[in-house]
Design a protein around this ligand. Structure first.
Ligand SMILES: C[S@@+](CC[C@H](N)C(=O)[O-])C[C@H]1O[C@@H](n2cnc3c(N)ncnc32)[C@H](O)[C@@H]1O
Length: 376
């Protein structure tokens, strides 16, 4: 069953979170000259029109890229994402929105490799055609492939399965984005199984999983299960633009779970997430959460239940690296909401800032009507 079309959701708040984090992860990999590989297990169509077709139906971009478009106070770390989207719209009018393959392609260098998977027969055609046009355009501009081998490979097939054949990447440096539709609940299980397998093949890779934050049990369990997969560490960030709607329709909250995250990411998220809550938040339930931890790096055959140590207990890796700002330790995730002062990330330890436990900024509305809840 393949009915999901990302075009309906292009540029929404979940895309903003996902693509901003994706760019951060790729930029980190790009700091070293050595080539790296980016794998997109669920690529979608690559580029979406916002003023025609699917995106017009619910205009979900108005919950995401829309409110950011004209802002002149965007934090530096978010500005690159915004510049990238604006670069796709040279007329200045918001007409096109780049999907993850396009975002990646813009950030990646000539020596890096993109490996894109897409299962939907229509989406794969559009994705291939989009990249064909892009390459033709670049060739017209005089840009030539400077490396041997194919820089971009587009595979029509199952990304969960396809990943197995290409890990580890030749340079042993890489990022895998796993972004399924979660239309079927088996996607939650497959994400975990896929990661367990991938981490055995390529333990030092970085893995980013997008997931919807819903009241359904599989959604709640997913990040908890991912925290227990043996790796060097994890980071979980969620963005909620509002509380659930009374009818249970619509996606108001999503997360990015990163395994083996770069050490710089947490500080960047602390800078940007309060801003996103302020600009995209619709009501007092708007908030972000950031939590991170470490699991043991263990190579075993069976699943390992390694203890998750809270941030406060970790040997402070930040302090061992020059230039990293000191990070406040806490066993609790960092939470911010619209109830905080604009632009200020709440302290996790102060009564006023740590508002996770008080007021409507924290309270979870009654469970959404599960039968009506859409995955995205
Ligand atoms: C959420 S969309 C991807 C969006 C894209 N990553 C982005 O950020 O622009 C999920 C895509 O996965 C595709 N898909 C579903 N199951 C798949 C599978 N097993 N393997 C590869 N693609 C799949 C769907 O057709 C859909 O286009």
């Amino acid at each position: 069953m393949l009915s999901y079309r990302h075009g309906f959701h292009a540029g929404n708040h979940a895309d903003v979170l996902k693509h901003f984090v994706l760019i951060e992860l790729l930029n980190y990999l790009g700091q070293k000259d050595t080539a790296y590989t980016y794998v997109d297990t669920h690529s979608g169509a690559g580029l979406y029109s916002l003023d025609t077709g699917y995106a017009m139906k619910n205009a979900e971009y108005e919950t995401g890229i829309g409110p950011l478009w004209e802002r002149d106070d965007v934090p530096a770390a978010l500005q690159e994402y915004l510049n990238l989207v604006k670069g796709m719209n040279p007329s200045g009018k918001m007409r096109y929105y780049p999907g993850s393959p396009y975002c990646a392609n813009e950030v990646m260098r000539s020596q890096d490799r993109l490996r894109l998977f897409e299962l939907h027969p229509s989406e794969i055609k559009i994705l291939s055609e989009n990249f064909r046009k892009l390459e033709a355009h670049k060739a017209e501009q005089g840009e030539r492939q400077t490396v041997r081998g194919k820089r971009i490979m587009i595979n029509a097939g199952d990304g969960f399965e396809g990943l197995k054949a290409i890990l580890p990447p030749p340079s042993r440096r890489g990022l895998v984005l796993i972004d399924p539709p979660y239309e079927v609940k088996d996607d939650y299980r497959r994400v975990k199984v896929c990661l367990e397998d991938a981490l055995v093949r390529f333990p030092t890779g970085t893995y980013a999983v997008w997931y919807p934050v819903l009241s359904r049990i599989e959604s709640k369990q997913l990040p908890e299960r991912l925290k227990r997969i043996p790796a060097n560490g994890w980071l979980n960030v969620t963005l909620s633009i509002s509380g659930p709607t009374p009818d249970g329709f619509g996606l108001h909250s999503s997360g990015m779970f990163i395994i083996n995250p770069p050490w710089t990411l947490e500080a960047t998220l602390r800078e940007v997430m309060p801003y996103l809550v302020r600009v995209l938040g619709k009501d007092v339930s708007a908030k972000f959460e950031i939590e991170s931890g470490e699991t043991e790096t263990v190579r075993m055959k069976g699943p390992v239940r390694a203890p998750v140590r809270p941030l406060a207990d970790r040997s402070n890796r930040a302090d061992q690296r020059p230039g990293r700002p000191a990070v406040e330790g806490s066993a609790r995730p960092q939470v911010g909401s619209l109830r905080t002062k604009a632009g200020v990330a709440p302290s996790r330890n102060t009564g006023a800032g740590a508002n996770r436990d008080v007021g409507p900024g924290k309270r979870v509305a009654r469970p959404a009507n599960l039968s009506k809840a859409r995955s995205r």
